[in-house]
Write a protein that binds this ligand. Structure first.
Ligand code: FAD
Length: 346
């Protein structure tokens, strides 16, 4: 789910100028990128996570979604990929693993957004599609030096872990979904959970318990061994130490990959300092999806108005409204109605 072709381009540049900056590359932000391109606007998306897809990628990439228009059922991971593909003809710039922190205005009224990497993004308008805030994965209490070197918080492509011995840590939906999806591909899958009870969907738990996945309960990963300091290409995990908490019994399991599925924390954090009208952790918008700040719009889960429903389908409509209204701010002669996509694209 990483749009690699465009991601690499932006990593070194301290400034970036675009027509539209979208804060949050969840499903709503991604659809906004398509819509901005359709309106002829250059666009960048920024997300605190290293992956696009927001809540879908973080919490339920393997689940089937049944209420997205046009798809009787679509796997979360596939919906995100379709959204990336849909926006790709317009070459959006992706700033991933980077948080939008500050909002200020240039003398001409255009917007400047500062990031936690010291980058300054100059935009004619901003759309905040920040969902429930910046996501950060809950770190594993040990072995963080192996992050990106065998220890991961996302499984980008299941095939990456083919023929490997994989340890999955966690007892929630993501842990069980990944265990179930990886079981046919990986050499072995061991799921380690610190309690006896699981938080995952009961049906999936039953399926995993009946499969070849080894489920180890009341246990914690207490060490990861291997070489974390070699060049990234050579760094590797050899084994994972698991401690059975009640008995303190220690066991080492051969593994090359660890997937930490311990959940995420979400925080509106710096967005609260942008002078936006906030109502219970959400940004108040009008019918144009405009916020109380000039040239700043919002869409998706983060918005609040009377009758708001927090669903992907609703967010898609909101971001189309936001982009079209932003387009008229950028060019007062532009029409609000964008025309039909059937007329614009072949
Ligand atoms: C388990 C589960 C199942 C669900 N099932 C369904 C379903 O079946 N159907 C449905 O319609 N909805 C479902 N939802 C809800 C759906 O996922 C959300 O409505 C949707 O993800 C909202 O999309 P979004 O783009 O607005 O926000 P999000 O998906 O939350 O994405 C927001 C992104 O913004 C980023 N961000 C926030 N602040 C900043 C910042 N300052 N700088 C940089 N990045 C920032 C975050 O890191 C995040 O990646 C489900 C949710 C969960 C948790």
């Amino acid at each position: 789910m990483s749009p690699d072709a465009t991601l690499g381009d932006e990593q070194g540049s301290a400034t970036l100028a675009v027509d539209l900056l979208i804060v949050g590359a969840g499903p709503v932000g991604l659809f906004g990128a398509y819509y901005a391109g359709f309106r002829g606007l250059s666009v960048a998306l920024i997300d605190a996570l290293p992956e696009v897809g927001g809540q879908i990628s973080a919490m339920y990439p393997e689940k089937l979604i049944h209420d997205v228009a046009g798809f009787p059922a679509v796997r979360g991971r596939d919906l995100v990929q379709h959204l990336v593909d849909q926006a790709a003809p317009f070459s959006p710039r992706y700033l991933l693993g980077e948080q939008a922190c500050t909002l200020s205005y240039d003398e001409d009224g255009s917007v400047l957004v500062g990031t936690d990497r010291g980058r300054s993004v100059h935009a004619q308008a901003v759309i905040i599609t920040g969902g429930i805030g910046s996501f950060s994965p809950r770190p594993l209490p040990t072995g963080t030096e192996f992050e990106g070197r065998g220890l991961r918080y996302f499984v980008r492509e299941l095939a990456e872990l083919a023929d490997q011995d994989v340890i999955i840590v966690g007892g929630g939906d993501s842990a069980f979904d990944w265990a179930q999806s990886l079981e046919p591909l990986a050499r072995s899958v061991t799921l380690v959970h610190r309690r006896k009870a699981f938080r995952a969907h009961e049906h999936t738990v039953k399926q995993v318990l009946a499969s070849n996945v080894e489920v180890v309960v009341d246990s914690q990963v207490t060490a990861i061994r291997g070489d974390a300091h070699a060049d990234a290409d050579d760094a590797h995990i050899d084994e994972v130490e698991i401690t059975h908490v009640p008995t303190k019994e220690v066991r080492a399991i051969k593994a090359q990959a660890v997937v930490a599925a311990l959940g995420f924390t979400a925080d509106l954090g710096p967005l609260l300092e942008w002078g936006l009208e906030i109502s219970e952790r959400h940004i108040v918008v009008d019918t144009r999806m405009a916020t109380n700040q000039p040239r700043v719009f919002a869409a998706g889960d983060i918005t609040e108005y009377v009758g708001k429903v927090r669903l992907i389908a609703v967010g898609f409509g909101e971001v189309a409204t936001a982009v079209n209204n932003a387009a008229t701010v950028l060019d007062p002669n532009a029409a609000l109605f964008p025309g039909h996509s059937t007329e614009e694209m072949t």
